[in-house]
Design a protein around this ligand. Structure first.
Ligand code: IMP
Ligand code: MG
Length: 181
């Protein structure tokens, strides 16, 4: 348990656990069929995970190109749920093998949108790496190819992930338990 700016935050995954898992994921990716990867980090939540994972990939000998896309979902909880592009990638993905990196796979809408978008643009192959999989929240068939941790259904913060714009800078993944009084 840590107190950060008056909030009690319980650690779910420590920096050491995350680093270890990133090395394991990088080894899995290295062992996979595709070596000439264009990594696309889905912002904002994945920026720290992507930064660490591509360096772990480098340590295995992989040399991915790196791109960024900012996606945002709207209409959460209503019938008109959708995903829109806030900032697009610059590269042409035609014929490329892509690894999408995101923080959390929850309903699956964000990553399904991203995956379909890349195939529509002519990508040859699209795989997905996520730090956390909240499987109980899934509302589509989508599965990730590489999963850091199967995450219980908590709202988590840290390691890039926020609640109301706060706590992205925490070096661990945690759950906000309440106010410290
Ligand atoms: P979905 O899979 O489209 O439902 O949405 C997943 C996205 O919602 C993730 O990429 C995160 O940006 C955000 N998200 C989902 N759960 C959490 C959480 O517990 N903490 C912070 N962001 C979350
Ligand atoms: Mg996200």
């Amino acid at each position: 348990m840590q107190v950060v700016r008056g909030k009690r935050i319980r650690t779910l995954y420590s920096p050491e656990q995350i680093a270890q898992r990133n090395n394991e994921l990088a080894a899995q990716i290295k062992g996979g069929p595709i070596q000439d990867l264009l990594v696309i980090s889905v912002l904002k939540g994945s920026f720290i995970f992507a930064a660490d994972l591509i360096r772990a990939m480098h340590a295995t000998g992989l040399a991915p190109e790196v791109e960024f896309i900012t996606l945002s979902s709207y209409g959460k909880g209503t019938v008109s749920q959708g995903v829109k592009i806030i900032k697009d990638i610059d590269s042409d993905v035609h014929g490329r093998d892509i690894l999408l990196i995101d923080d959390i796979l929850e309903s699956g809408r964000t990553l399904r949108f991203a995956k379909e978008l890349m195939y529509e643009r002519g990508a040859r192959h699209v795989t997905i790496a996520v730090l956390l999989d909240k499987r109980v929240k899934r509302q589509t068939e989508l599965e990730a190819d590489y999963v850091g941790f199967e995450c219980p259904d908590y709202f988590v913060v840290g390691y890039g992930m926020d609640v109301a714009y706060a706590f992205r800078e925490l070096p661990f993944v945690g759950v906000v338990e309440g106010d410290d009084e």
